[in-house]
Design a protein around this ligand. Structure first.
Ligand code: ZN
Length: 372
């Protein structure tokens, strides 16, 4: 992708950008609850710092601080035998290995994409769609959305939406807020932009990324998963009924991929059917209107569609100006298709380093959170 057309990687986009101002003007702000922007942790200003339990305003329905869900939140699959298989934080160097395993077992999954990481790996995204997987959004910079201003939330979502659409032709419809950090202010902004909020089933966060940090042994993850399987009857949807689990995993490192390869057969042996979120929700329109297709771009993992492999898919007008406002000569052929092997290798190497730091950051943040 042409990096000049988008905000920088892993940074909160600038809200003074004219494009962002346009997007902000499209929201009916009178409908957005006036909930204060949350504070962050001292060392991680965009990881929400939850107040003591008795000080959390219950009216804000802040999932990450008090576990509150709204009926519109997706936290389970409707069918108790269905298992919503979701992977966050990619695309990364590890994504292809995960896809290879899923494809060889004819399993589809949902990948929650960090928009700014598409800058490096647009081909992986296109492969995911072409292989029958479902793609959804995980924001631009992976900041906790309750810690962002209204305008920053719009910028995070719309830039991610744009880069995913530029790379694949698809306008995604489902979003998982990083850390599951959502309250009623965030929900309403996301809803107005056409998004369905997805969290995960309580107790079914695999904590897989902690293995990559040597904070926890793989056996411990699998034991936790086994316990979750033993307690399947406790699963409750956002409206209080029974359901099937939606798990949280990451296609980030070899370690998380290894774990997923252990966990999938464990769940299947206990009668769960792993599948992408759109399938477990039986959603025949898993992308927003305005996509190249409003229908499922699938047909099953392994069934290929040429949709997302066409080079130069950009919607008209996308290339009118670059991120800094100057005129772009050509936004096509920015898909990395002509990259030489050595260039690709260098890119993967740099990506691996960056991803390592990301995992480390996440781990530190989570340790802090648990200490609270
Ligand atoms: Zn994440």
């Amino acid at each position: 992708m042409n990096g000049d057309l988008y905000p920088p990687k892993d940074t909160i986009p600038d809200v003074s950008h004219p494009q962002v101002k346009q997007w902000v003007s499209e929201i009916d702000w009178s409908k957005v609850p006036q909930i204060p922007v949350a504070g962050g942790l001292p060392d991680s200003p965009h990881f929400p710092n939850c107040p003591p339990d008795d000080e959390v305003d219950k009216r804000s329905c802040w999932w990450s601080c008090d576990g509150c869900v709204q009926p519109s939140d997706v936290v389970t699959c409707p069918n108790q035998s269905d298992w919503g298989l979701t992977y966050d934080d990619g695309p990364s160097v590890a994504s292809r290995e995960m896809m290879k395993y899923l494809n060889s077992n004819k399993i589809s999954a949902t990948f929650f994409i960090v928009g700014s990481r598409v800058l490096e790996y647009p081909d992986i995204l296109r492969e995911q769609v072409a292989q029958g997987h479902h793609i959804a959004m995980h924001t631009w910079s992976h900041a906790g959305l309750t810690t962002l201003t209204n305008e920053q939330i719009v910028a995070e979502v719309r830039w991610s939406e744009k880069i995913i659409r530029d790379a694949t032709g698809l306008t995604v419809k489902y979003i998982r807020p990083p850390y599951g950090d959502v309250d009623n202010r965030v929900r309403e902004i996301l809803r107005q932009m056409g998004y369905v909020t997805v969290i995960w089933t309580l107790g079914w966060d695999t904590n897989d990324w902690r293995v990559a940090m040597n904070q926890i042994q793989p056996d411990e993850i699998m034991q936790t998963f086994e316990n979750a399987l033993d307690n399947r009857e406790l699963i409750r949807s956002s409206t209080g009924g029974p359901g099937g689990p939606v798990t949280l995993e990451h296609d980030l490192t070899d370690g998380t991929i290894y774990l997923s390869k252990q966990i999938i057969p464990m769940g299947m042996n206990r009668g769960l059917r792993p599948m992408s979120l759109d399938r477990c929700l039986n959603d025949a329109s898993p992308y927003q209107k305005g996509s190249l297709t409003d229908q499922k771009a699938n047909g099953g993992a392994g069934n290929h569609t040429s949709l997302a492999t066409k080079p130069g898919i950009t919607t008209p007008g996308n290339g009118a100006a670059d991120y800094n406002g100057s005129t772009a000569q050509d936004t096509k052929n920015e898909q990395g298709l002509s990259m030489s092997k050595s260039e690709a290798k260098a890119m993967i190497h740099n990506g691996a380093q960056t991803m390592g730091y990301t995992v480390m950051g996440l781990a530190m943040v989570a340790s802090l959170m648990m200490a609270l």
